[in-house]
Design a protein around this ligand. Structure first.
Ligand code: CA
Length: 227
Protein backbone atom coordinates (compact mmCIF):
# COMPACT_ATOMS: atom_id res chain seq x y z
CA UNK A 1 0.00 0.00 0.00
CA UNK A 2 1.47 3.34 -1.04
CA UNK A 3 1.01 6.44 1.08
CA UNK A 4 1.49 10.06 0.14
CA UNK A 5 2.65 12.14 3.11
CA UNK A 6 2.63 15.94 2.84
CA UNK A 7 4.13 17.59 5.91
CA UNK A 8 6.39 20.65 5.96
CA UNK A 9 8.06 19.96 9.30
CA UNK A 10 10.85 17.86 8.01
CA UNK A 11 11.67 16.06 11.26
CA UNK A 12 8.04 15.16 11.76
CA UNK A 13 7.76 14.01 8.15
CA UNK A 14 10.89 11.87 8.39
CA UNK A 15 9.80 10.32 11.67
CA UNK A 16 6.36 9.51 10.28
CA UNK A 17 7.86 8.16 7.08
CA UNK A 18 10.12 5.89 9.11
CA UNK A 19 7.23 4.65 11.25
CA UNK A 20 5.10 3.88 8.21
CA UNK A 21 7.92 2.06 6.42
CA UNK A 22 8.41 -0.10 9.48
CA UNK A 23 4.75 -1.02 9.12
CA UNK A 24 5.47 -2.08 5.52
CA UNK A 25 3.78 0.84 3.85
CA UNK A 26 5.53 2.47 0.96
CA UNK A 27 5.77 6.18 1.58
CA UNK A 28 6.56 9.25 -0.52
CA UNK A 29 7.11 12.49 1.41
CA UNK A 30 6.55 16.00 0.10
CA UNK A 31 7.20 19.15 2.09
CA UNK A 32 4.98 21.77 0.50
CA UNK A 33 1.42 22.08 -0.75
CA UNK A 34 2.03 22.42 -4.48
CA UNK A 35 4.29 19.42 -4.88
CA UNK A 36 1.93 17.49 -2.59
CA UNK A 37 -0.98 18.34 -4.87
CA UNK A 38 0.96 17.35 -7.98
CA UNK A 39 1.88 14.01 -6.41
CA UNK A 40 -1.71 13.43 -5.29
CA UNK A 41 -2.99 14.06 -8.82
CA UNK A 42 -0.87 11.18 -10.10
CA UNK A 43 -3.56 8.86 -8.71
CA UNK A 44 -0.97 6.31 -7.61
CA UNK A 45 -1.64 6.43 -3.87
CA UNK A 46 -3.85 4.26 -1.72
CA UNK A 47 -4.00 6.76 1.14
CA UNK A 48 -2.89 10.39 1.58
CA UNK A 49 -1.86 12.03 4.84
CA UNK A 50 -2.01 15.82 4.54
CA UNK A 51 -0.89 18.35 7.09
CA UNK A 52 -3.23 21.37 7.20
CA UNK A 53 -0.69 24.17 7.60
CA UNK A 54 1.64 23.94 4.63
CA UNK A 55 3.63 26.44 2.59
CA UNK A 56 2.25 27.37 -0.85
CA UNK A 57 -1.08 25.62 -0.47
CA UNK A 58 -2.78 24.34 2.67
CA UNK A 59 -4.10 20.83 3.17
CA UNK A 60 -7.75 21.89 2.86
CA UNK A 61 -7.08 23.39 -0.55
CA UNK A 62 -5.18 20.28 -1.69
CA UNK A 63 -8.01 17.92 -0.84
CA UNK A 64 -10.58 20.26 -2.40
CA UNK A 65 -8.62 20.42 -5.64
CA UNK A 66 -8.07 16.66 -5.70
CA UNK A 67 -11.78 15.97 -5.24
CA UNK A 68 -12.63 18.43 -8.03
CA UNK A 69 -10.31 16.41 -10.24
CA UNK A 70 -12.08 13.22 -9.21
CA UNK A 71 -9.19 11.81 -7.26
CA UNK A 72 -11.03 9.88 -4.55
CA UNK A 73 -8.07 8.49 -2.62
CA UNK A 74 -8.88 8.45 1.12
CA UNK A 75 -7.37 11.46 2.90
CA UNK A 76 -6.35 11.74 6.54
CA UNK A 77 -5.77 15.36 7.62
CA UNK A 78 -3.23 16.26 10.31
CA UNK A 79 -3.33 19.50 12.19
CA UNK A 80 -1.96 21.17 15.28
CA UNK A 81 -5.29 22.85 15.82
CA UNK A 82 -7.89 21.01 17.80
CA UNK A 83 -10.80 23.29 16.97
CA UNK A 84 -14.05 21.75 15.82
CA UNK A 85 -14.14 24.29 13.02
CA UNK A 86 -11.00 22.87 11.43
CA UNK A 87 -12.41 19.41 11.60
CA UNK A 88 -15.61 20.51 9.90
CA UNK A 89 -13.68 22.45 7.23
CA UNK A 90 -11.52 19.42 6.52
CA UNK A 91 -14.44 17.05 6.16
CA UNK A 92 -16.35 19.59 4.04
CA UNK A 93 -13.39 19.81 1.68
CA UNK A 94 -13.57 16.07 1.14
CA UNK A 95 -11.14 14.64 3.71
CA UNK A 96 -12.14 11.26 5.13
CA UNK A 97 -10.64 11.45 8.58
CA UNK A 98 -8.88 13.82 10.90
CA UNK A 99 -6.11 13.56 13.48
CA UNK A 100 -4.99 16.31 15.85
CA UNK A 101 -1.30 16.72 16.67
CA UNK A 102 0.23 15.50 18.83
CA UNK A 103 -1.09 12.00 18.27
CA UNK A 104 -0.03 8.51 19.22
CA UNK A 105 1.60 6.37 16.55
CA UNK A 106 -0.84 3.62 17.44
CA UNK A 107 -3.80 5.84 16.70
CA UNK A 108 -2.41 6.95 13.36
CA UNK A 109 -1.82 3.33 12.34
CA UNK A 110 -5.34 2.32 13.37
CA UNK A 111 -6.84 5.15 11.29
CA UNK A 112 -4.71 4.17 8.30
CA UNK A 113 -5.83 0.56 8.53
CA UNK A 114 -9.45 1.72 8.55
CA UNK A 115 -8.92 3.98 5.53
CA UNK A 116 -7.02 1.24 3.70
CA UNK A 117 -9.91 -1.17 4.14
CA UNK A 118 -12.24 1.40 2.63
CA UNK A 119 -10.20 1.38 -0.53
CA UNK A 120 -10.38 -2.35 -1.23
CA UNK A 121 -12.23 -2.83 -4.47
CA UNK A 122 -14.25 -5.97 -3.87
CA UNK A 123 -15.18 -7.74 -0.65
CA UNK A 124 -13.81 -11.10 -1.79
CA UNK A 125 -10.49 -9.50 -2.73
CA UNK A 126 -10.68 -10.57 -6.33
CA UNK A 127 -10.11 -8.06 -9.08
CA UNK A 128 -11.55 -8.92 -12.45
CA UNK A 129 -11.22 -7.68 -16.00
CA UNK A 130 -12.23 -9.34 -19.26
CA UNK A 131 -11.37 -13.04 -18.93
CA UNK A 132 -8.94 -12.67 -16.04
CA UNK A 133 -9.25 -12.47 -12.30
CA UNK A 134 -6.60 -11.59 -9.78
CA UNK A 135 -6.71 -12.94 -6.24
CA UNK A 136 -5.20 -10.27 -4.09
CA UNK A 137 -4.30 -12.43 -1.08
CA UNK A 138 -2.32 -15.03 -3.01
CA UNK A 139 -1.29 -12.85 -5.99
CA UNK A 140 -2.72 -15.50 -8.30
CA UNK A 141 -3.77 -14.75 -11.84
CA UNK A 142 -6.64 -16.86 -13.19
CA UNK A 143 -8.10 -17.15 -16.64
CA UNK A 144 -11.84 -17.38 -16.04
CA UNK A 145 -12.48 -19.09 -19.40
CA UNK A 146 -10.26 -22.11 -18.93
CA UNK A 147 -9.49 -22.23 -15.20
CA UNK A 148 -5.70 -21.95 -15.71
CA UNK A 149 -3.85 -20.07 -13.03
CA UNK A 150 -0.36 -18.87 -12.18
CA UNK A 151 1.31 -17.11 -9.27
CA UNK A 152 2.62 -13.64 -10.01
CA UNK A 153 5.81 -12.06 -8.77
CA UNK A 154 5.38 -8.99 -6.62
CA UNK A 155 6.02 -6.45 -9.39
CA UNK A 156 3.94 -8.37 -11.92
CA UNK A 157 1.10 -8.44 -9.45
CA UNK A 158 1.36 -4.71 -8.76
CA UNK A 159 1.41 -3.91 -12.47
CA UNK A 160 -1.67 -5.98 -13.18
CA UNK A 161 -3.51 -4.69 -10.12
CA UNK A 162 -2.84 -1.11 -11.18
CA UNK A 163 -3.90 -1.77 -14.78
CA UNK A 164 -7.13 -3.47 -13.68
CA UNK A 165 -7.96 -0.72 -11.18
CA UNK A 166 -7.56 1.82 -13.99
CA UNK A 167 -9.00 -0.19 -16.86
CA UNK A 168 -10.26 1.91 -19.73
CA UNK A 169 -7.41 4.34 -19.18
CA UNK A 170 -3.97 4.51 -20.68
CA UNK A 171 -1.31 4.56 -17.96
CA UNK A 172 1.98 6.20 -18.80
CA UNK A 173 5.32 4.60 -18.10
CA UNK A 174 5.95 7.39 -15.59
CA UNK A 175 2.76 6.59 -13.69
CA UNK A 176 3.60 2.90 -13.63
CA UNK A 177 7.20 3.52 -12.60
CA UNK A 178 6.17 5.75 -9.73
CA UNK A 179 3.35 3.46 -8.63
CA UNK A 180 5.54 0.38 -8.56
CA UNK A 181 8.95 1.80 -7.64
CA UNK A 182 8.11 5.11 -5.97
CA UNK A 183 9.49 8.60 -6.33
CA UNK A 184 12.47 7.97 -4.13
CA UNK A 185 14.03 5.20 -6.11
CA UNK A 186 15.20 6.46 -9.40
CA UNK A 187 12.39 5.03 -11.40
CA UNK A 188 14.06 3.43 -14.36
CA UNK A 189 11.63 3.26 -17.19
CA UNK A 190 13.40 0.23 -18.60
CA UNK A 191 12.25 -1.63 -15.50
CA UNK A 192 8.68 -0.97 -16.52
CA UNK A 193 9.25 -2.60 -19.89
CA UNK A 194 11.05 -5.57 -18.42
CA UNK A 195 8.32 -6.30 -15.89
CA UNK A 196 5.63 -5.52 -18.43
CA UNK A 197 7.01 -8.30 -20.61
CA UNK A 198 7.09 -10.73 -17.64
CA UNK A 199 3.48 -9.84 -16.91
CA UNK A 200 2.48 -10.38 -20.54
CA UNK A 201 4.11 -13.80 -20.46
CA UNK A 202 2.00 -14.73 -17.44
CA UNK A 203 -1.13 -13.60 -19.26
CA UNK A 204 -0.34 -15.76 -22.25
CA UNK A 205 0.74 -18.64 -19.99
CA UNK A 206 -2.80 -18.88 -18.57
CA UNK A 207 -4.24 -18.46 -22.08
CA UNK A 208 -5.97 -15.16 -21.34
CA UNK A 209 -7.35 -13.10 -24.19
CA UNK A 210 -6.85 -10.04 -22.04
CA UNK A 211 -3.70 -8.30 -23.23
CA UNK A 212 -1.55 -5.40 -22.17
CA UNK A 213 -1.45 -3.13 -25.17
CA UNK A 214 1.28 -0.57 -25.63
CA UNK A 215 -0.14 2.68 -26.91
CA UNK A 216 2.62 4.40 -28.75
CA UNK A 217 4.03 7.44 -27.04
CA UNK A 218 1.37 7.24 -24.34
CA UNK A 219 1.71 4.14 -22.24
CA UNK A 220 -0.11 0.91 -21.55
CA UNK A 221 -3.69 -0.20 -21.41
CA UNK A 222 -5.46 -3.41 -20.55
CA UNK A 223 -7.66 -4.73 -23.36
CA UNK A 224 -9.88 -7.69 -23.76
CA UNK A 225 -10.81 -8.69 -27.26
CA UNK A 226 -13.19 -11.58 -27.10
CA UNK A 227 -12.75 -12.98 -30.58
CA1 CA B 1 2.68 22.23 9.05
Amino acid sequence: MRILLVEDEKRMADALGELLRQEKYEVDCFYDGLSGLAAGESGIYDIMILDVMLPEMDGFEIVKKLRQKRVHTPVLMLTAKSGLEDKVTGLDCGADDYLTKPFMARELLARLRALGRRNISTPDNTLTFGDISLETSSATLNCTQNGQSVRLGEKEYRILEYLIANSGQILSREQLAVKIWGFENEAEYNNVEVYMSFTRKKLSFVGAKTKIKAVRGMGYELRWEDV
